[in-house]
Design a protein around this ligand. Structure first.
Ligand code: ATP
Ligand code: MG
Length: 263
């Protein structure tokens, strides 16, 4: 059974000034996710990755196409779609447990139950000791763990992650990748993950989707069947990494060339 279907998503932004000029950001994007799929999206800067995630999350309206979750059209935002952003998007005035339980309380869950559930996910991301700490008392990696716990606490159908580890140092990033893999496996998460790191995508994903330079179109879907956890330097991993890099470099070349010719 398909968990999520991204069907023919096209997005045209219309400028708010008098010129009403149009920018085609995404051009007919379609792909499916089975339950428990970890799909990464890579593509040149400005190709529409964040726009696509925001459309899946229901935070941005597509010009055409549909998002289907569990067989039903799902173009609206809601607790069943968990989003983790690159920038730490925590409420600075709330401690960890209040950040994580916020969505649950918004849905009408009693404080006591919301705290119980939030605690489970705070433990899961290894922050049990920091439940009552405030965001400014946490490192970048810890803040991102809180953001992940907050997304998980709603027990969403799909988790959408936009460069969640982009701001972290390499060691913390590797550690969080492994933690995410563990949680993904134990909780059978269905994930759409945007990253600029080919290494990260090859390490984590069941499928990599490479987008073209703007307007974003799917250049290639690359399934990866190497069992997880993977090595970071294995031969099979290296071959896939080479292929993705080649595709991305080609897209970047085309984008630079069209800029030079003034298109
Ligand atoms: N609200 C908006 N109004 C108008 N244009 C927008 C809006 N949001 C994004 N765009 C345009 O859509 C295109 C895609 O932007 P998006 O942020 O999705 O790219 P991205 O692939 O996430 O880039 P990056 O890798 O740099 O994060 C860009 O050309 C951008 O200028
Ligand atoms: Mg982006």
């Amino acid at each position: 059974m398909k968990k999520a279907e991204i069907q023919n998503i096209t997005k045209i932004f219309v400028s708010k000034d008098d010129r009403k000029s149009e920018v085609l950001a995404l051009d007919n994007i379609s792909f499916d996710l089975a339950e428990g799929d970890f799909v990464s999206i890579l593509g040149p800067s400005g190709c529409g990755k964040t726009t696509l995630l925001r459309i899946i999350a229901g935070l941005e309206k597509q010009t055409s196409g549909n998002i289907i979750i569990n067989g039903k059209i799902s173009n609206e935002p809601g607790p069943k779609k968990g989003m983790v952003f690159q920038e730490y998007s925590l409420f600075p005035w709330k401690n960890v447990i209040d950040n994580v339980s916020f969505g649950l309380k918004m849905q009408g869950m009693k404080k006591e139950d919301a705290y119980k559930k939030a605690s489970k996910y705070i433990e899961m991301v290894g922050l049990g000791e920091f439940k009552y700490s405030y965001p400014n008392e946490l490192s970048g990696g810890m803040k991102q763990r809180v953001a992940i716990a907050r997304a998980l606490a709603n027990e969403p159908d799909i988790i959408l992650m936009d460069e969640p580890f982009g701001a972290l140092d390499a060691q913390t990033r590797n550690k969080l990748q492994n933690e995410l893999l563990n949680i993904w496996k134990n909780q059978k998460l269905t994930v759409v993950f945007v990253t600029h790191s080919v290494d990260e995508a090859v390490y984590l994903s069941d499928k990599i989707i490479v987008l073209s330079a703007r307007p974003g179109k799917i250049v290639k879907e690359i399934p990866i069947t190497i069992p997880k956890p993977r090595t970071r330097t294995g031969n099979e991993e290296n071959e896939i990494r080479d292929e993705v890099l080649r595709l991305l470099n080609h897209e970047k070349y085309l984008a630079d060339a069209s800029q030079l010719s003034g298109e």
